[in-house]
Design a binder for this molecule. Structure first.
Ligand SMILES: N[C@@H](CCC(=O)N[C@@H](CS)C(=O)NCC(=O)O)C(=O)O
Length: 226
């Protein structure tokens, strides 16, 4: 049995989408962010970094004791173990390369920049009142000089890829790259940085019944409402 340890308002939402698409039995254990927007300490009992998503699973034969974190690893594991060929990426050619690249680019490149932007935006408001003005200036300048130009490059890269492809690997069905890329695509949209193709891509996913069901099951996901 698969258990997804799910944190509200988090990248873990993409795993619920995949589980719904795979139509595999699973349960969700929900965790609530603290007032500091961190995961609660209970998650440390499941995974030493105390982050979400993390799954526990007894495996395809039901006799294993798997604990797996990192969205990319979880997505690849679930597709390989429970997909029966569904959502499998090509094993050669451009589709293979695109799937490989975007599966890793999601958490390896675009998300660290997104997190920098979100954190730099949050720090001043969460600092002692007297320092807020100063910190807003400092973090605003760093964001303007370093983070925003990086975000613009990411947004353009994603947009130009989606200009010619329905899914990130170019086929007619999503692959691991899409289950990873939906989260940064949603953030690009919610921060006003998504181009028209990126918006169209997110909309297409949001209209899928499995995605809608995942939203019902996951609970609070304010990334879509910002
Ligand atoms: N690269 C990891 C990132 C995991 C991560 O940072 N998760 C966030 C949720 S979006 C988290 O648990 N944050 C709470 C915390 O760090 O306390 C993945 O893709 O799973």
């Amino acid at each position: 049995m698969i258990t997804l340890h799910h944190l509200n308002n988090s990248r873990s939402q993409r795993i619920i989408w995949l589980l719904e698409e795979l139509e595999v039995p699973y349960e969700i254990k929900k965790y609530q962010r603290t007032s500091e927007q961190r995961a609660p300490p209970e998650l440390l009992k499941i995974y030493p970094l105390g982050k979400s998503p993390v799954i526990t699973d007894t495996g395809a034969q039901g006799n294993e004791n798997i604990v797996l974190a990192e969205s990319g690893a979880i997505v690849e594991y679930l597709i390989k173990t429970y997909g029966n060929g569904k959502f499998a990426a090509a094993t050669s050619g451009q589709a293979y390369i695109d799937n490989l690249y975007y599966t890793h680019y999601a958490e390896g490149s675009i998300m660290p920049t997104v997190v920098q932007k979100l954190i730099f935006g949050m720090i001043p408001d969460r600092s002692p009142f007297l320092l807020r003005g100063l910190l807003r200036g400092v973090f605003g300048k760093i964001t303007e000089m370093v983070v925003n130009p990086e975000m613009k490059k990411h947004s353009e890269l994603v947009e130009s890829h989606l200009a010619t492809k329905e899914w990130f690997a170019g086929g007619s069905e999503p692959t691991s790259a899409d289950f990873l890329m939906i989260f940064p695509a949603e953030i690009l949209e919610s921060t006003g940085l998504a181009g028209p193709k990126t918006k169209e891509y997110a909309k297409k996913i949001h209209e899928r019944p499995a995605y809608k069901k995942a939203l019902e099951k996951g609970g609070e996901y304010s990334i879509l409402k910002r």
